[in-house]
Design a protein around this ligand. Structure first.
Ligand SMILES: [Zn+2]
Ligand SMILES: [Zn+2]
Length: 837
């Protein structure tokens, strides 16, 4: 029996904490424990059991939550790898890996102290506390709290036996009989603010205690259960009893209540002992969607069969290998993934399929259920904490061996992992933009290595890093070079918008050519998509008098005008402001709304094609997967002629009626100070072009651009991935950017400009004064978005051909920052950063 255990807690500190193990407790490595931490209770993961006495007195763990590990040996190892690679606190890594927050309830309680009771007593005798500087309202609030607590402590049965709520029984009642009251209860009974309670704690009138505790996260439903059908019944009672007998004696209460019978009827049956109301664990509703009319079928062409063969061979070898599946848009990658997963399932092993955020629509879920039945667990962002926890336990128990999900599904606790597939591996939603800043594609590769499994990265536009790795033989390159049924890729016509301006004499949103092509498709009853990767109505509001833009209160970002909602919106923090009638800086009335977003484009198209049925797909019209799918279904069923939208319309869906894709202003990113701008633009253009001509009729793309000579535009227009890749690699190599070096962004932020400047200055001097062989440090410089969500931001960009040297430098920098008392949360280290903004 070990005397101590080291526990990883989800706090921003790069360490585990040592606790004493009580005699009766039996914590396990990889299991959760409840521990005291700075006047709080927290759950943590046990990372080591040992007998090394720490230099300071160790506190005792409060309780052991798991008799067996929730993170097995391999996942613990993966967590340590992530903490090391991304320089992330280990406790925060484990919290991300383990979606079990629903099983722990944070809670604070208050207890009356002697001084508090005395105050109340004195107030009762003297009538006032004269020297107080508090307002009468504050005093009244405090006395409400004291009154309530005194009354609660001695109200029961006149003998002074305190009432202890069952939830708090584990906390215990102290000998003086004063009850601990939960914060929510106390505040709702006395209508006081947290600040008032905090003040009373400072005066030692109240004691504040953390009573956070694990709880049962199983979702339950109330069920009516039939005890006996014998007895005389009236008509209403007969309806209920018949419903129950017809459903095997158990029916959800909700169902009975929806019947045309008075509510009191059920109550009568319960009193007569014929029906009992019980609670039962809720079934997990696997899918809320109806299955598709045409069920999924596996009909693979020769290239698909060959790709499937390679994947199955690798799986059968039971050792690590990586495959890059480069399949052009419309080549049928998904069918190959699903066939490979079915093979894994038939072999009795497990597989994980990662999909980008937008890819998990109800229709995809329906396909998955049709193919895998109960063996599939689907993890998406719309799950509640409880549903997520439930799915996690189901996977852990072995109840679902096929896991499909977004980013964090890479941590699914499957046993005997054979295959991980990362669909659309270039998609930036795989990168988590908060601590730990991991990239799920890269974690998939590492996890596959640790599990002797196969990883498949699939895309029509692989990331430069992945394609480079394939060329260096780190991955096997498997190609699907043709569209299914030999359909041709669409012809792309480039429209130079500078020329369009010269010829027409004014700024156009839709060129004459695109307008004519749209008209033609509408007449032929074919469908059109138009991409404009910017939402809202007008992206800029400018004053013609003083020349200033209307910016967000908290960010150095122009507010976007949203016409329908009649609001100005910050797309970075969500800040809302009224639509200005005059300039907020100088009062001038000459405020101009400039530029075009998807909302305005939709309006323009309505004006140009009044007879067309038009819908829009962007984050303002899509709140969840259901909205997304409803619009796509309408397009699929031919209920729409024209779909306008942001990059959402470019993502992997398969609509056969679309024969024309218009691209409006998709090259804005090329003007941004970001070395990945060309790659992103190429990917977006290729993906959206891939939506055209997926049915019988060949497709066409009209690509409007201000950068017609840019290689990203040119190669996308020629569907030439290899050409783009060679050119872009040259640029990356000259500039020492990934994949030729490892890169990290270090961001220093504070809501006080002085702090941000001072801290970045301190770190800048340190980088200068210490030699870091083989590591280039650029900065400090103001971040391209200098202020975001109230924080002022400065950054450093570090590059090195050696990952080890880069990480050693970052680690030393963090240690120095801690020594200089720069708060850990204000220095953000983003290893393999996707955005340098
Ligand atoms: Zn002005
Ligand atoms: Zn903002």
């Amino acid at each position: 029996m070990s005397e101590f255990c080291d526990v990883a807690l989800a706090v921003p500190l790069d360490m585990a904490f040592t606790y004493r193990v009580p005699a009766e407790a039996a914590p396990v490595v990889g299991g959760r424990v409840l521990v005291p931490f700075r006047q709080q209770r927290m759950t943590g993961i046990v990372v080591e059991l040992h007998d090394r006495k720490p230099s300071v007195t160790a506190k005792k763990i409060i309780s052991v939550l798991d008799p067996a590990p929730v993170l097995d040996e391999k996942l613990l190892r993966l967590g340590r790898w992530i903490a090391d690679y991304y320089l992330a606190p280990i406790g925060e890594v484990f919290r991300t890996m383990l979606p079990l927050t629903a099983e722990f309830k944070r809670s604070i309680g208050y207890r009356l102290k002697d001084a508090g009771q005395m105050t109340l007593h004195q107030a009762g005798t003297s009538g006032s506390s004269a020297r107080s500087r508090r307002t009468p309202e504050e005093q009244a609030a405090e006395f409400r709290v004291l009154d309530y607590l005194v009354a609660r402590s001695f109200e029961e049965d006149g003998l002074g036996v305190p009432h202890v709520s069952p939830l708090l029984r584990d906390v215990g009642t102290p000998p003086d009989g004063r009850e601990l009251i939960r914060e929510e209860t106390l505040r709702s009974a006395t209508r006081v603010t947290r600040a008032v309670l905090a003040g009373m704690v400072r005066k030692k009138w109240l004691a504040r205690e953390d009573v956070s505790a694990p709880q049962d996260a199983t979702r339950t439903v109330k069920i009516a259960a039939l005890k006996t059908a014998e007895g005389k019944l009236n008509d209403n009672q007969r309806v209920l009893i018949d419903t129950l007998t017809g459903s095997g004696g158990r029916v959800p209460l909700e169902t009975l209540q929806s019947l045309e019978v008075p509510r009191s009827t059920l109550g009568t049956l319960v009193r007569r002992g014929m029906v009992e109301i019980v609670e039962a664990p809720a079934d997990f509703s696997v899918s809320r969607s109806k299955p598709r009319s045409a069920p999924f079928e596996f009909e693979l062409n020769a290239a698909q069969k060959s790709a499937l063969g390679r994947m199955c061979e690798s799986v059968a070898a039971r050792k690590f290998s990586g495959l890059l599946l480069h399949g052009i848009t419309g080549s049928g990658k998904t069918a190959v993934y699903l066939a490979a997963m079915r093979g894994v399932l038939e072999g009795g092993r497990s597989a994980i399929l990662l999909v980008p955020e937008i890819g998990l629509t109800p229709a995809v879920a329906a396909d998955l259920h049709q193919i895998f039945g109960d063996e599939v667990a689907i993890l998406h962002s719309a799950l509640s904490d409880k549903e997520r926890a439930e799915q996690w336990h189901r996977i852990k128990r072995g109840g679902a061996r096929m896991v499909v999900g977004t980013r964090s599904a890479v941590f699914a606790p499957v046993a005997d992992l054979a295959l991980i597939i990362v669909d659309e591996e270039h998609d930036s939603s795989y990168k988590q933009e908060e601590t730990p800043r991991y990239h799920a594609r890269d974690i998939a590769v590492v996890r596959a290595k640790m599990s002797n499994a196969v990883v498949v990265l699939g895309s029509a536009t692989p990331s430069l890093e992945s394609y480079y790795n394939a060329k260096k033989n780190k991955y096997t390159l498997v190609e699907l070079p043709d569209r299914v049924e030999q359909r041709p890729l669409p012809e792309v016509e480039i429209i130079d918008m500078r020329l369009e301006f010269q010829e027409t004499g004014h700024e156009q949103v839709i060129s004459r050519k695109l307008a004519a092509e749209i008209q033609d498709r509408i007449e032929k009853k074919e469908q059109v998509m138009v991409l404009l990767n910017r939402r809202g109505y007008s992206p800029v509001v400018l004053c013609r008098t003083c020349g200033k833009k209307l910016e967000c209160r908290d960010c150095a970002i122009a507010l976007t005008h949203h016409k329908r909602e009649h609001k100005m919106v910050c797309h970075y923090c969500g800040y809302l402001a009224p639509v200005p009638k005059a300039c907020v800086h100088c009062g001038s009335e000459y405020v101009y709304f400039l530029g075009t977003g998807s909302e305005k484009l939709e309006e323009l198209l309505h004006g140009m094609f009044p007879q067309a049925r038009i819908a829009r797909l962007d984050r303002d019209t899509v709140r969840g997967h259901e909205d997304f799918e409803r619009t796509l279904n309408a397009l699929n069923e031919g209920e729409l002629d024209l779909l306008v939208g942001t990059q959402m319309i470019a993502k992997g869906h398969d609509i056969h009626g679309v024969t024309l894709v218009g691209v409006v202003g998709a090259d804005v990113a090329l003007g941004l100070p970001d070395f990945r701008a060309a790659e992103r633009t190429f990917q977006l253009l290729t993906q959206v072009a891939g939506r055209a001509g997926r049915g019988q009729t060949p497709g066409k793309v009209v690509l409007q651009t201000l950068f017609q000579d840019h290689y990203a535009v040119q190669y996308a227009a020629r569907h030439d991935f290899i050409g783009f890749y060679e050119k872009e690699l040259q640029f990356r190599s000259w500039m020492h950017y990934p994949p030729y070096s490892a890169l990290a962004n270090v961001l220093v932020r504070s809501d006080k400009l002085d702090d941000a400047l001072q801290w970045s200055g301190i770190l800048g001097k340190w980088f200068d004064s210490t030699r870091h062989e083989g590591v280039r440090v650029l900065g400090p410089a103001a971040a391209p978005i200098m202020r975001l969500k109230r924080d002022y931001r400065y950054h450093f960009v570090l590059k090195s051909p050696s990952r080890e040297k880069l990480n050693a430098t970052l680690r030393a920098m963090l240690a120095y920052a801690a020594q200089q008392k720069i708060p850990r949360t204000q220095v953000i280290v983003d290893v393999d950063a996707l955005w340098l903004m």
